[in-house]
Design a protein around this ligand. Structure first.
Ligand code: KG4
Ligand code: ZN
Length: 354
């Protein structure tokens, strides 16, 4: 694959992080700048699209300049500009895509359009001691973020087939909604992770196990054993809180039980996919992969199946542009004139170009 030593400037604005990074050869991160808008959205308990796009517009130029300034290279050294064109919020994606097209045209550089979810999978390869992505397969990948939860068959680098997913809420969304109900603030994942650690027991409350009903039409080609459904979980929490208003000291036990239900469902689907014995590695990317309990359980399940567990460095788990520049740097993404004709694709799926 080409681009092996190319320096790529990556740009990412799919949700509420404005990010830019410079990566060499798809692996070596020279700089990675992430401006998080979390404080702007906190008062609303979730991302407000209009606020997000306006903030991207204000910050994008400074974030790109900072990513370049943190390296010792100049614009002439940049070999290509890579950018997320989906999935994500249309009004956020368009800011990054327009900036990238403008820069590439002004500088006379190639443009590479990147799928945000495929980039989350690549984030596990951004460490100096990480495997070469071409040597990690066949690989099972789990993407767990605020907007997505899916299991992907990656027979070789750059080839993807979704084999399982959530039929409703993403895992991160389930954490965020629970934290709101428990009055713990936004984003919910980190705070539930922290509060659950104070619990003496994780089985004080019984939550549904996230299993979809077999025959659910939303399953499509996928099997119920490889899919999850998290919407019933937050409803169960809501009814539990109504019926048994908790004293403050009971919150950690509720958080721990809720976390256990999500983590249990995620790990169970990994176990099912690994049982076939096809995979050498399990790669896990996305904001929820920061969860301490999930990391613990993933280590157990991969050890039991004798496969390598590939996790991203904590700074690369959430949305960032190093994963965008990185994936482009190993030969993936939309290139040539087609890249300049790209429009944002808010519902872009893994393994698809449009
Ligand atoms: O990948 P990400 O930064 O953005 C999206 O593409 O969505 O993921 C954000 C999600 C949020 O829902 C947040 O609550 C969750 O990741 N998250 C966590 C943890 N840290 C972030 N969930 C569970 N445990 C954590 N430690
Ligand atoms: Zn993401």
């Amino acid at each position: 694959m080409g681009r092996m030593n190319t320096l790529i400037l990556g740009i990412e604005t799919s949700c509420d992080e404005t990010a830019a990074a410079v990566v060499r050869g798809g692996r070596e991160v020279l700089s990675s700048v992430v401006y998080s808008q979390i404080p702007l959205h906190q008062a609303y308990g979730g991302v407000v699209p209009e606020i997000a796009s306006r903030s991207h517009l204000e910050k994008i130029t400074g974030v790109i300049q900072e990513a370049m300034a943190k390296t010792s290279i100049g614009w002439a050294d940049i070999g290509a500009i890579a950018v997320t064109y989906g999935p994500g919020l249309a009004s956020s994606l368009i800011v990054g895509l327009s900036a990238a097209k403008g820069l590439a045209l002004a500088l006379g550089k190639p443009l590479i359009g990147v799928n945000h979810l495929e980039a989350h999978i690549h984030s596990v390869f951004l460490k100096p001691d990480a495997l070469d992505p071409h040597e990690a397969g066949p690989m099972l990948a789990l993407v767990v973020s605020g907007g997505h939860t899916c299991w992907v068959d990656v027979p070789q680098a750059g080839r993807y087939r979704v084999i399982g997913q959530t039929l409703d809420d993403a895992a991160g969304e389930a954490f965020d909604k629970a934290a709101k109900l428990l009055g713990l603030g936004y984003p919910g994942g980190p705070v539930i992770d922290r509060v659950a650690k104070q619990a003496v027991r994780a089985d004080a409350v019984t939550f549904p196990k996230g299993r979809p009903r077999p025959g659910n039409p939303a399953l499509g080609e996928m099997t119920a054993e490889m899919c999850v459904s998290f919407s019933g979980l937050k409803t169960a929490l809501m009814y539990h809180l109504r019926k048994h208003p908790p004293a403050p000291e009971q919150i950690p036990e509720i958080a721990a039980a809720y976390q256990e239900a999500i983590v249990g469902a995620l790990v169970d689907r990994c176990d099912t996919a690994l049982r076939g014995g096809r995979y050498c590695s399990l790669a896990v990317g996305g904001g929820v992969s920061l969860n301490g309990r999930l990391r613990e359980r993933l280590a157990e399940v991969t050890a039991a199946h004798n496969v390598r567990l590939l996790l991203a460095a904590p700074k690369d788990c959430g949305d960032n542009a190093a994963m965008i520049a990185g994936l482009a740097g190993v030969g993936c993404g939309v290139t040539g004139d087609a890249a300049f004709r790209l429009d944002v694709v808010p519902a872009l799926e893994i393994g698809k170009k449009s």
